[in-house]
Write a new protein. Structure first.
Lengths: 178, 162
């Protein structure tokens, strides 16, 4: 199976072609902040504004684009405490509990991930953002109360240094790229 | 250890006026993919489109916005994505961080306060490449890598009320 064939369909079967790929590459670092952003992108990828808009709409419908949005810098907004909370949840409770945790307004990302016993017993990850560690801890307490006996243990891992942040450069192949 | 401005490359919290806040709160929820999207949002906010664009440009230039644009779903584009962690002895931490960061597939890398003290996101062109890169990092550093790919996504929606 070649890379290009495996990548030409997204998980729900929608076709993702070379033109879509060109749009992704042109917009992955941002959308032009102009009145007609689709036309500005189109000028870069040699498509009409209409074509760019239609394709981006379809990518959003198929989930390739989660949404087109403003991504704030946490720190600049005063959200200086960013805690990765990790939870050891009973396996047969995790689907229900994951959905509960995800509903909490302070949680930005929530995933089930594998344990690595004995070193790492935690299978549910939820990112919390606060203006102080106290605020993050308060939110974590709320989650702990929500989870009750389904949760055996939890921790908050604060980031203390960014070692690298290049941003996600998406894995979009182009012909001739090795 | 306090975060220095330099290490996170972000700067201090800034003062935002009421309009900046309304714009940020509205546009964290998403831009509609319609013919004149900023005009539509400006109308909702009861301001001129030109004012909205100017404010957004300023917010981006001052670093309040790290970006404005489509958030792509890496796996649906055919790529591989995972979270991985390592436990590195303090005296070797900086040296190992350099070795890990040298891999182009390492997108973000954070030091965290835990025995597992290095946490990074790997993004690869194909899902199959994740295992190769993890093996290469283990070989380069001599430390095990704990691979923690997501098994289920319950929520991804960053919204910071301002």
């Amino acid at each position: 199976m070649s890379d290009s064939t495996c990548r030409s369909e997204s998980s729900n079967g929608a076709v993702f072609d070379e033109q879509d790929r060109a749009i992704v590459l042109a917009t992955q670092s941002g959308l032009p902040l102009v009145s007609d952003p689709w036309g500005a992108v189109g000028a870069q990828v040699d498509m009409s504004a209409e074509e760019v808009r239609r394709r981006m709409q379809r990518m959003q419908e198929t989930g390739v684009i989660r949404r087109i949005a403003a991504v704030p810098n946490h720190y600049r907004l005063g959200y200086v405490a960013n805690g990765m909370t990790v939870w050891d949840i009973e396996d047969d409770e995790i689907d229900r509990m994951g959905r509960e945790v995800a509903r909490h307004p302070g949680v930005s990302h929530c995933y089930r991930r594998p344990r690595h016993l004995p070193e790492w017993p935690y299978n549910l990850f939820a990112m919390l953002h606060g203006r102080s560690r106290e605020e993050v801890e308060r939110q974590a307490d709320e989650l702990a109360a929500l989870l009750g006996h389904a949760c055996r243990d939890h921790q908050i891992l604060y980031s203390s240094r960014i070692l690298k942040k290049t941003g996600l450069r998406l894995a979009v192949d182009s012909p001739g790229r090795t | 250890m306090p975060l220095s401005d330099k290490s996170r490359g972000t700067g201090a919290a800034v003062e935002l006026d009421a309009l900046d806040r309304r714009i940020l709160n509205r546009l964290q929820d998403g831009l509609p993919i319609v013919e004149a999207p900023f005009a539509v949002v400006a109308q909702e906010l009861e301001i001129e489109e030109q004012m909205l664009l100017e404010r957004l440009n300023d917010l981006r230039e001052s670093g309040v916005l790290s970006r404005f644009g489509p958030m792509y779903h890496a796996e649906r584009l055919g790529g591989g994505l995972t979270l991985a962690a390592m436990s590195i002895p303090e005296i070797y931490f900086n040296a190992v961080a350099e070795e890990v960061n040298a891999f182009a597939e390492v997108a973000h890398n954070y030091r965290r306060e835990h025995r597992l003290n290095m946490w990074f996101v790997l993004a690869t062109e194909t899902p199959e490449r994740i295992g190769d890169v993890i093996a290469a990092i283990e070989a380069a550093t001599g430390y095990p890598v704990y691979n923690m790919p997501k098994q289920e996504e319950f929520h991804v929606r960053l919204h910071l009320p301002v």
